[in-house]
Ligand binder design. Sequence first.
Ligand code: NAD
Ligand code: TDX
Length: 359
Amino acid sequence: MRTYLVTGGAGFIGSNFIHYMFNKYGDDIRIINVDKLTYAGNLENLKDIEDRKNYTFVRADITDAAAIEQIFMKNDIDVVVHFAAESHVDRSIRNPEVFVKTNVLGTLVMLNNAKASWEKADGTYPEGKKFLHVSTDEVYGSLEEDGGYFYETTPYAPHSPYSASKASSDMLVKSYMDTYKFPANITNCSNNYGPYQFPEKLIPLIINNALHGKKLPVYGDGKNVRDWLYVMDHAKAIDMVINEGKLFETYNVGGHNEKQNIEIIKIIIETLREMLPDSDPRKAAITEDLITYVEDRKGHDRRYAIAPDKIKSEIGWEPETMFKDGIKLTIKWYFEHEDWMKNVTSGDYMNYYSQMYSV
Ligand code: NAD
Ligand code: TDX
C-alpha cells in the first residue's frame, strides 16, 4: 500500500486532491496530511474523510525540521505531495517574510527530510519514491496581451514576492534533482478554481460579495488575463505525474482557458442571476452596477497562459471540465455552503479584508 505525505492538505487544492485520491483509490492508499492550519487551512474541508482508517492528520509547520523528521521516522513515506505554501499574491506584497519562510525554507525542510529518509548508502533512491512539488505558472512572469505561452523551457521571471518565493522553491527542487539525483517532479499550474477556495481569491470573493450585495472590486482596467483550470483537473494531473511523470521533469498544467478578470466577474453575475429564483430578495441587487474599479495591484502581471503540450503528449493528461460547467459547479457549491463561507470570513480574515478593500 502506497503512503502519501501531503503537505498543506487542509487548503484549497490540497483538500480537493485528498478527496480526489480517496475517491479514486479508496482503501488502497494511505494519506498523511501535514498542515499548520494557517488562516487558509480549514479542517472542515476534510470532514467527510477525517474518520477514514487510512487517513491521518498531523498539525505541524513545515519549517519545523524536528516535527517533519518525526513524521518521516514514524512512517514509510513513498510519495510527498508538497502543496503547503503561502499562496496569495496581495498578502505577499504586504508581508513578504512569511512567504520566504514557508515557501522557501519550508520546501528545503521537506526536501532534506525526504532525502535523509529515502537515500541509500550508495546515494541512490529506492524505486517508487517521489517528491512532487506543486508550483505555479506565476514563476514565468507575465506575457504580452496578444501572444505567447508559458512552456517548461520559458525562463523564470517572477515579479511578486509570492512568485519569487515559489520560483526559489522550484530552484531548490531542481538543485536537489541535479546535485543528488533526488527523485522529484515539478508541476507548474495555472489559476485554479472550484470548491473550498478561500474567498480572498478572485472567484470566491466575487461570488461571496455578490451574494451579500457588496461591491465587486476589479483591479486596474479589469483586462488582466488568467488561464483558469477546474481544481479536480489539477488533482488528476498531479496523480498522473506521480504515476507516469519521468523523474527530474517539469510539467506545465493548464487548459487553454484564458479569460479577462472582467469577463469572469460578468459570468459570475449572470450565473448567479440564473440560479436565484425571482422570489429571492438578493437577486435584484446582483447586477453589473456592483462592479467597482479599484487601484491596481502593484506589479500586476498582465497575462498568464500555459502551453500544456508536454503533459498531454507524454502523459496523456487533458482537462475534463469545460469552464462553462466548472464555474456553474463552483457557484452552486458556494451557494449551498454558506455556513462554510460564514466561518472562514469571520475574525482575522475580516480585519484583513477591510484593510485591503475598505469597502
Ligand atoms: P491555500 O492557501 O488554499 O492552502 C495552503 C495550505 O498550506 C493551507 O492549508 C495552510 O494552512 C498550509 N500552510 C501554510 N503554511 C504552512 C506551513 N508553514 N506549514 C504547514 N502548512 C502550511 O493554497 P492553494 O491555493 O491550495 O495552493 C496550494 C499550492 O498550489 C501552493 O503551493 C500554491 O503555490 C500552488 N498553486 C496554487 C494555484 C491556485 O490557483 N490556487 C495555482 C498553481 C499552484
Ligand atoms: O479582488 C480582486 N480583484 C481583482 O481584480 C482580486 C482578489 C483579484 N483580482 C485580480 C488579480 C488577478 O489578475 O484577479 C486576478 C486573479 O487574482 P487572484 O485570485 O488573487 O489570483 P492570482 O494573483 O492570479 O494568483 C493565483 O493563481 C496562481 C493564486 O492565488 C496563486 O496561488 C497561484 O499560484
